[in-house]
Design a protein around this ligand. Structure first.
Ligand code: 13P
Length: 254
């Protein structure tokens, strides 16, 4: 099954609305109306900028995502933003279960699964983030942790939903640290994730894009992206400059 390579930039809590618009314009100036080499590019700004970046990208091939969603559609939930609102603004993607949400906002594996379901139901593609902490890595528990985090998502989503699901393997110890697994390790775990999805839903697992995330930079992106089971990258800090993100999208893989 062919999978369109995907480069996603998670800005986290960076950039005002004006800065976001300027970035989007800059990206189009640099690359033209479409990402290079038939790849897909997704910019994932803070909520306030989602609509503005969608407007800026209108008529181009660039996509927009949100960093989180709250459950429900509409209602008395002060401060909450639903998948329905994100989709209506024009975004196609939404991150669920980022380790920073798990760590700082107490999101459990079950809540992450519910969010993936809500995202899919609203027509979005969830980017489901999974990954082990450093102590779990040191204890050799990586595969156990990935299985535990994936299980409720596999249980809650119908098999056909997986055509639209993206999984990002982000070892927590690699996020913002400059430390990375070897490309072979990351690829082995991407294969492990694909196998787990295959066991639950069968052939559709071949359509799921699996990204690597954690200290991806212009210097190392090629080594990960070139691996057989890694279909792209979820980039944090190194995506904050449009020129760097544009260069990453154009790296040759062979
Ligand atoms: P860094 O690329 O800054 O390590 O962040 C990775 C990440 O968390 C992307 O979601």
């Amino acid at each position: 099954m062919t999978r369109v390579p995907l480069l996603a930039g998670n800005w986290k809590m960076h950039k005002t609305v004006e800065e976001s618009r300027a970035y989007a314009r800059h990206l189009i100036d640099l690359l033209g109306a479409d990402p290079p080499l038939g790849r897909e590019m997704v910019v994932i700004p803070p909520f306030l900028s989602v609509w503005a970046v969608c407007r800026q990208f209108a008529g181009t091939g660039f996509q927009v995502g949100a960093q989180n969603l709250d459950l429900g559609r509409e209602g008395a939930m002060t401060g909450a933003v639903s998948a329905y609102h994100i989709a209506e603004a024009g975004a196609r993607y939404v991150i669920v279960g980022h380790s920073e949400r798990r760590q700082f906002f107490g999101e459990t594996d079950d809540v992450v699964a519910e969010k993936a379901k809500a995202a899919h139901a609203a027509g979005l593609s969830p980017i489901v983030c999974i990954g082990e902490r450093e102590d779990e890595f040191d204890a050799g528990k990586t595969e156990e942790v990935l299985s535990r985090q994936l299980a409720p998502v596999l249980a809650i989503l119908p098999a056909t939903a997986w055509e639209r699901v993206v999984v990002a393997y982000e070892p927590v110890w690699a996020i913002g640290t400059g430390r990375v697994p070897t490309p072979a390790q990351a690829d082995h775990l991407a294969g492990f994730i694909r196998q787990a999805i295959f066991s639950a839903v069968g052939q559709t697992a071949g359509a799921v894009r699996i990204l690597y995330g954690g200290s991806v930079s212009l210097a190392n992106i090629q080594t990960f992206w070139g691996m057989p089971d890694i279909d792209g990258a979820l980039v944090g800090g190194a995506s904050l400059k449009a020129a760097d993100f544009a260069r990453m999208a154009a790296v040759p893989l062979e």
